[in-house]
Ligand binder design. Structure first.
Ligand code: CP
Ligand code: NVA
Length: 319
């Protein structure tokens, strides 16, 4: 059973297929949608807030012919202490796939081991792979001069500013290795990538393609993409004051954008906090593609679900 818990759960060939499929699903939306989830019900178990992920999965399952069920963790017995083991076994008897947003990454791993349906990681404290694939598609749809979206990412340079130890930074460490990109992580010392992500990279069989620096202006030189994320992730609210203080020098400004290539993209997974991790003129400026990124969650996640359904049932000819 193939799951999508981290970027490297798909091979480079599968990742390339997801990007191509996202392109065709986007182009054909409303005209021709392969009903790859026809007759299926997928459950979305969320323990954290969400706008983009929740809505795009709900709409995406519906558009692929399936039925979504949204389950707030506190509305089901999991929130009252029923084990993940039992929850996985029971839900696997009802639904065809699980989409899970939670805190501890080990919970999605356990659900995938104990259940018997595909599990998609919709964000944990450790990783947010649906975002990475969407980001990759959002860049590739601008850069690819032919159908090779995956190939258009190769050797591109992304500079990520701010909290370089959070789920988005970790995900881009795996993503950069998978897509053959150079990743420069730029932020304060003390919030650097942890050993756990290097171990995940190694366990997936990839070499490290990232470096870390605290020099905000120098980092941006020759960048194709400038990326940032909130300084205070969900669950870190108690640390807000100290995080904001130490990350202030890493706010993305127009001065940083000027160091990058003239046609560099500005990207943010959203929600964004203007005046904090990015200044308003950059967030809503001409180089920003933040709302395309948000829209592309829908197309890319439909492609991810189609890829999982295809792996599970070998229905490639339907797509
Ligand atoms: N980027 C993202 O995952 O947004 P939500 O938290 O709104 O789902
Ligand atoms: N790092 C952020 C991402 C939100 C989509 C968080 O975990 O809150």
């Amino acid at each position: 059973m193939t799951h999508f818990l981290k970027e490297t759960d798909f091979s480079p060939a599968q990742a390339a297929e997801v990007l191509s499929l996202a392109k065709s699903l986007k182009r054909n939306r409303g005209k021709h949608t392969p009903p790859v989830l026809s007759g299926q019900t997928w459950a979305m178990i969320f323990s954290k807030s969400s706008t983009r992920t929740r809505v795009s999965f709900d709409v995406g399952i519906h558009e692929l012919g399936g039925h979504p069920i949204f389950l707030n963790k506190n509305d089901i017995q999991l929130g009252r202490g029923e084990t993940i083991h039992d929850t996985a076994k029971v839900l696997s008897r009802f639904v065809h796939g699980l989409i899970v947003r939670t805190f501890d990454h080990s919970e999605v791993e356990l659900l995938s081991k104990e259940g018997s349906v595909p599990v998609i990681n919709a964000l944990t404290d450790f990783l947010h792979p649906c975002q990475t694939y969407t980001d990759a598609f959002s860049m590739a749809e601008r850069w690819a001069s032919n159908d090779d979206l995956f190939g258009s990412l190769k050797d591109r340079k992304m500079v990520y500013y701010g909290d370089t130890a959070n789920n988005i930074a970790n995900s881009w460490i795996l993503g950069a290795a998978l897509f053959g990109m150079e990743l420069v992580l730029c932020g304060p010392e003390g919030y650097q990538p942890q050993a756990e992500i290097d171990a995940a990279l190694q366990a997936s069989g990839y070499d490290k393609t990232y470096s870390f620096t605290s020099d905000a202006l120098a980092a941006a030189a020759n960048a194709d993409v400038i990326y940032t994320d909130t300084w205070v992730s969900m669950g870190q609210e108690d640390e807000s004051k100290e995080r904001i203080e130490v990350m202030k020098p890493y706010s993305v400004t127009s001065d940083i954008m000027k160091q990058a290539k003239p046609d560099a993209l500005f990207m943010h997974d959203l929600p964004a906090y203007a005046g904090m991790e990015v200044q308003k003129d950059v967030l809503y400026g001409e180089q920003s593609i933040i709302f395309d990124q948000a829209e592309n969650r829908l197309h890319t996640q439909k492609a991810i679900m189609a890829e999982l359904a295809r792996s599970a049932r070998s229905i490639a000819k339907d797509i």
